[in-house]
Design a protein around this ligand. Structure first.
Ligand SMILES: Nc1ncnc2c1ncn2[C@@H]1O[C@H](COP(=O)(O)OP(=O)(O)OP(=O)(O)O)[C@@H](O)[C@H]1O
Ligand SMILES: [Mg+2]
Length: 336
């Protein structure tokens, strides 16, 4: 039996762009799927197809047990959506926006008001509740948009980059809200550029690239697939980077990644602490001085990098520019 969200072979083209090239997904009821992928991979297009905002060219999709292509209206009544770009009415206040959503879902006025109050409190918007949302900051709009998606608790929710542009405290709070929601039985498909978020919230992760799911599994499974541990070395002298790379390559189980500006080298290994000692001896015998060396497990960043060839990027909401969350991208190259 298919899960609460099921898609098979979804294809969507825009002119020459094949945004979705056969997306398959299956999300069991009451679980969270994290959809990860670089910019332009097809995440938003997938969400839009599954929530009836776009009609796929081909493929099948079933959400909450309802065929998305055959019964889009019924699907709309069963899903909640919070989009990548906040969709609030600028000329209404925060409170009015939420009450309006409640009424759209045929809630009684009193119930809609009570629910709005509850959500305004939960999303730290109580103080600004009676201002028009035109005056809201980016993070406030985003929170209001998320609150709007939660006015009624639909069995299936879609959230497209829910915490982009939120400060760390608001992000943490949203994570708590999401956890509560899921423990109440909601099924959630979440896209995010913050891999830590996927690690924290998602039972399962699907990595998309070029309109296809290229890897699927739990965070631990994907990390294990990416291969054992990593040795990270920071050399003291920039001139020693190449020589150190040669040493690491000899011990590594894959390519050595070099971050020039930080004089840092990273290589996947198997063999743990014993290997670390050997590497230190070898570097020492070649006169390569090190500032730091350590062993760490692969992160989801490593998974993302090895699968898609580049690091996840986070968009800065104020500037609209694309930035690397950990500022690690510049000068990053791979020694073959
Ligand atoms: N309405 C549209 N018209 C033309 N091309 C589109 C349209 N919507 C999406 N695309 C293209 O489809 C591809 C997938 O876009 P999509 O928005 O799904 O990516 P995404 O994974 O959500 O990226 P991001 O991380 O930047 O949000 C991109 O090449 C994009 O330019
Ligand atoms: Mg998107």
């Amino acid at each position: 039996m298919p899960g609460a969200i099921y898609a098979e072979g979804l294809v969507k083209t825009f002119g020459d762009v094949r945004a979705l090239d056969g997306v398959d997904l299956d999300v069991p009821e009451g679980t969270v799927l994290g959809l990860l992928g670089p910019n332009g991979a097809g995440k938003t297009t997938t969400v839009r197809c599954l929530t009836t905002l776009l009609r796929p060219d081909s493929g099948t999709a079933v959400v909450a047990g309802i065929d998305v292509l055959k019964h889009p209206d019924a699907v709309r009544r069963s899903v909640g959506l919070s989009g990548q770009f906040a969709a609030v009415d600028e000329y209404l206040t925060g409170r009015e926006n939420l009450q309006m959503v409640g009424q759209l879902y045929q809630m009684k006025a009193k119930a809609a008001k009570a629910r709005a109050d509850e959500l305004l409190e939960q999303f730290n918007l109580a103080d600004a509740a009676d201002r028009t949302t035109k005056t809201y900051s980016g993070g406030m709009r985003r929170r209001l948009d998320l609150a709007a998606a939660l006015v009624v608790s639909p069995p299936v929710m879609f959230m497209d980059e829910p915490t982009t542009g939120l400060d760390p405290r608001n992000r943490q709070q949203l994570w708590e809200v999401i956890k509560q929601l899921v423990s109440g039985g909601t099924t959630l498909l979440l896209t995010t550029q913050y891999l830590e978020e996927a690690d924290h919230l998602a039972h399962d992760i699907a990595v998309v690239d070029h309109g296809r799911v290229i890897a699927r599994g739990t965070s631990d499974q994907l990390k294990a697939r990416t291969g054992g541990e990593r040795v990270e070395v920071v050399v003291h002298e920039r001139e020693h980077i190449r020589a150190a790379a040669e040493v690491l390559q000899g011990f590594g189980k894959g390519d050595t990644t070099i971050e020039d500006h930080m004089r840092k080298l990273t290589v996947p290994v198997t063999g743990g602490a014993k290997l670390l000692a050997e590497i230190i001896r070898e570097l020492d015998s070649r006169g390569i001085e090190i500032d730091d060396i350590g062993l760490r497990r692969p992160t989801l960043d490593d998974v993302f990098l090895s699968l898609t060839g580049h690091l996840a990027e986070a968009k800065d909401e104020d500037t609209g520019e694309t930035q690397d969350p950990k500022n690690r991208k510049r000068g990053k190259e791979t020694a073959k």
